[in-house]
Every structure is written in structure tokens, then in C-alpha cells.
Design a protein around this ligand. Structure first.
Ligand SMILES: [Zn+2]
Length: 427
């Protein structure tokens, strides 16, 4: 049955101001957005927003490793390579399909409860991640994390994932997931880009996360990172989501201003691992599409996109000593529609007719929202709000999280399984 969200304050990145609206949702899509009071609810269920509920597009977490929820807290306060080699990779070697499934379910609960309606994931046993996402009803862009892969077996596994799950439930898009230039040879990277073009798939890739990355990749002095993207063919794939981009040279920013390319900024993970601060404001002013991600829960340690938005704007103002940089409107665009586009979802991320009905309802009847109006909503949301204000999270029109509870997930069952999995992994 269609559902009418009556008298909600709607904002998305296509608007200059919020508007009190009646929003009709049917068959998983936004069916209409009309001025508040203009739509009767006689033929549908009605949700009363009473003018003190905001409806925003759900967040798109455009870079992460969901099952790392099981590794949260491991190797705190180490540099990236020490952290990976000494603490993370040895434990990841013990992961099996069931553990990844359990860790992903735990991540999905955390993400839904903090307003994420679509997540990117680059990891292993990705068929089980797809199962977890489909069972929960959340949208996702999935790739098999490819490291080394001299025999091409991991690429083949990623292609099989695409054959089996691309388009599943109207929720899943599959990308190819070469981990990074320092873990995949240039020949293999070229083969992966060729396969992406041949199969019409996007690519997720870690990109210039730390200052030493280009040196350890072996390409330093031989070619620039941008030449590498051209020579491997990565720059031409359908959608290229470059995770991090901390060490992109500002003078090359215009190179990344292409419709099929997005930089996925992970401010908290970059700060925690001491990787640096990406030149996000500069990239945006150069026309680059920048999305936001949390990265894995072992380097963040929250999967909360609201946090990322606030860190993203405050960081750019602070490190550049310029409070005019990166508006809250831009942060909301990064965390919603820009992320959806980065993962190849072209009808997701706006509250607009024919778009996927992926949204959050935010309770504005809280002390820190006193004074919020149609003009200043983005600033109130980004600077004063938090994910604790989320009343409901919906994907494809289905409410999956409401008033602190999950409608399609056995919360206690997932929690118990996660604790057991963690014990098995870390004992
Ligand atoms: Zn990552």
C-alpha cells in the first residue's frame, strides 16, 4: 500500500531551501512531492510529520569494509602499514564466509540505525555480504577485494559475484575491487580495468591514502598517479570510486573532474591512522565529485555518516584557516547523492519523483533544533544534529529502522552471533 508522509520538511541536494511537503511513496519509489496540506491520505497509510520531522535522503557510505566490525579496536593507534601487517591482515586470514556474514549483519544494523541506506563494501566472501544486505533490505555496492591475484582467480570470483548478484532485489550493484596499486601489479590492474569495461562494471579502489603509498607501489619516478589511471584504463571504467585520495596533488585536481569518477573522502579514518587530510575543498572547487565514507570499523571506529559529515566540513575550515570552505549543503550532497553516483546508482540520493524511496526521518522536536527553519536546515543538521535524532530509516520505501528498533532484523540474534564470532576470531 502507498504511504503518505504528511507535513515533513524535505531537503535534498537539488534544493536551495527545505520545504514543508507531503511525500507519497509507492512501489519503492518517491511517487510525488507536493506542498504540505495538498495531498489527502484517504487511499494510503499516513505518517504524520506534524511539521517537526525532516525527511532527507538516506546516507550513502561510499567506502568501507563492513565485516571489519568484528575487528573493531584491534591495533589502535598504529600507522597504516604496521596496523595492516601486524594486526589486521593476520586476523583477516582467519575470516570465513560465516564470520563475514555475521560481521556484515552487525555493520548493517549500525548503519541503518545511523541513517545509512546504501553502503559500499570491498572485502571477501562477498556473496555472503550480498545475502546479509538482501535479507536486511539495504542497498549496496559490493566488490571483492582483490590483492595480488597473479592467477586471476580473485578477479574471476568478483565477476561471478557480478553474474550472481548484480541487480539482485533492485538493491545490489557489483563493482570490481582491486585493493590498491601497492597490492595489485600493473598488469593485473590493467586486466581488471579491461574486465570492468567489458562487463560494464564500476571499480572501487584505495587511492593515495598515505604519503608513502606511491613509493611502496614501485611507480614513483616512473609515472604520476594520474598517468597510471590512464595507462591501466581505470580512468575509463563506468564508475570509479577512489577511496581516500588524501595525497592527490592539488595541481592534478582538475584531472579527476569527470562524470564517471568520484573521490570518496574518509575524514575520520584518515585522521585516526594519521594519514593526513584530503584537499577536499580544493577538489570540489575544481569540479571533482567528492563522496563520503566511513572506511572499516577497525580504523574509524564508528560507521556513522553523520559524524563523517561534521568532520569533513570542520576539517576543511580548520586546516585551511577559512570558515567559508565546504558548506553544510555540500556535506549533505557528499553524503547522499554524490555517494550514490559514485556507486553507479543514478536514481538514488534525492527526494524526487521516480527516485528510490531511500530516506531518513529526523526528529526536529529536540532542544538543539530550536530555531531551525526552511533556510537554515542544512547548517542545523550538520553542525548541531546527530544520528541520535533519527526517527526512522527507509530503503526502497520499506522502513527498516524506527524508534530504536529494527523491523526486519533480529537484533538480539545478530548481537549474540557477533560476540561469538569475535571470540572465535580473536582468541
Ligand atoms: Zn578502505
Amino acid at each position: 500500500m502507498p504511504r503518505l508522509y504528511r507535513d515533513v520538511l524535505v531537503w535534498d541536494a537539488s534544493r536551495t531551501r527545505a520545504e514543508r511537503s507531503d511525500v507519497l511513496v509507492a512501489r519503492g519509489k518517491i511517487a510525488s512531492v507536493c506542498p504540505s496540506g495538498s495531498r489527502s491520505g484517504y487511499d494510503c497509510c499516513v505518517y504524520e510529520g506534524r511539521g517537526n520531522t525532516a525527511m532527507l535522503p538516506g546516507f550513502v557510505n561510499a567506502h568501507g569494509h563492513a565485516a571489519m566490525t568484528l575487528l573493531r579496536g584491534l591495533g589502535e593507534d598504529l600507522p597504516l602499514m604496521d596496523w595492516l601487517e601486524k594486526r589486521i591482515w593476520p586476523v583477516e586470514n582467519k575470516l570465513d564466509a560465516d564470520l563475514v556474514y555475521t560481521g556484515s549483519r552487525l555493520a548493517i544494523m549500525e548503519m541503518l540505525s545511523t541513517g545509512t541506506t546504501c553502503f559500499a563494501d570491498m572485502y571477501f566472501f562477498m556473496d555472503r555480504v550480498a545475502d546479509a544486505a538482501l535479507e536486511a533490505g539495504i542497498r549496496c555496492g559490493l566488490s571483492r577485494g582483490i590483492v595480488n591475484d597473479n592467477d586471476g582467480a580473485k578477479l574471476e570470483e568478483n565477476l561471478k559475484l557480478a553474474r550472481d548478484y548484480n541487480g539482485a532485489g533492485g538493491l545490489v550493484k557489483v563493482q570490481l575491487g582491486p585493493h590498491a596499486p601497492y597490492t595489485v601489479s600493473m598488469d593485473r590492474m590493467t586486466a581488471i580495468a579491461d574486465a570492468a569495461l567489458e562487463n560494464d562494471l564500476g571499480v572501487q579502489l584505495h587511492w593515495l591514502e598515505t604519503s608513502s603509498e606511491w613509493g611502496t607501489s614501485g611507480f614513483e619516478g616512473k609515472m604520476s598517479p594520474e598517468e597510471y589511471l590512464v595507462k591501466t584504463g581505470l580512468i575509463d571504467v563506468k564508475s570509479l570510486a577512489l577511496g581516500h585520495g588524501v595525497w592527490i596533488d592539488k595541481k592534478y585536481a582538475p584531472f579527476y573532474a569527470r562524470q564517471n569518477v568520484a573521490i570518496v573522502h574518509n575524514p575520520k579514518s584518515n585522521l585516526k591512522l594519521g594519514s593526513g587530510v584530503a584537499p577536499v575543498a580544493h577538489m570540489i572547487s575544481s569540479g571533482v565529485s567528492v563522496a563520503l565514507g566511513t572506511d572499516g570499523a577497525a580504523s574509524n571506529n564508528r560507521l556513522d555518516m553523520w559524524d563523517e559529515m561534521r568532520f569533513a566540513v570542520l576539517l576543511q575550515k580548520g586546516v585551511n584557516c577559512d570558515p567559508t570552505l565546504l558548506s553544510p549543503q555540500e556535506a549533505l550532497r557528499m553524503s547522499t547523492v554524490a555517494g550514490a553516483r559514485a556507486l553507479g546508482f543514478t536514481q538514488t540520493g534525492l527526494i524526487k519523483e521516480e527516485y528510490d524511496a531511500d530516506f531518513i526521518l529526523v526528529d526536529l522536536d529536540r532542544p538543539h533544533y530550536a530555531g531551525l527553519n526552511e533556510e537554515n536546515l542544512p547548517g542545523y543538521i550538520v553542525y548541531a544534529g546527530s544520528s541520535c535524532d533519527i526517527r526512522a530509516t527507509a530503503v526502497a520505501g520499506e522502513i527498516l529502522y524506527e524508534n530504536g528498533g529494527f523491523t526486519a532484523i533480529d537484533r538480539d540474534g545478530v548481537m549474540a552471533a557477533a560476540l561469538l564470532a569475535r571470540k572465535k576470531l580473536i582468541s
